[in-house]
Design a protein around this ligand. Structure first.
Ligand SMILES: [Zn+2]
Length: 88
């Protein structure tokens, strides 16, 4: 992950990412949701994380019978570009 991203945003990214799951669960107050939405508006790294998480959820919800869709695996591998498990 890009450390300078979090530093530059003064911890707002950390807070946003920490609340991402709660946000997706719809368990936040309107005020907090608005705050996160605004942050996502001008912070593309957080927006990407949000979209990924959101997509992941809908994928899991719609394909819960599949073990693990190949497209999902590829997507996760693409996001976690740490090169720890470079296969093929
Ligand atoms: Zn951010």
């Amino acid at each position: 992950m890009d450390r300078s991203h979090a530093i530059r945003s003064g911890g707002e990214c950390e807070e946003t990412l920490a609340r991402l799951y709660t946000f997706l669960d719809g368990e936040l107050t309107a005020e907090r949701k608005e705050k996160i939405r605004k942050h996502l508006d001008d912070c593309s790294p957080c927006l990407e994380a949000f979209e990924f998480e959101s997509e992941l959820r809908s994928m899991i919800a719609s394909k819960s019978k599949d073990e693990c869709p190949e497209i999902l695996k590829a997507k996760i591998a693409n996001i976690l570009k740490f090169g720890e498990k470079a296969e093929g």
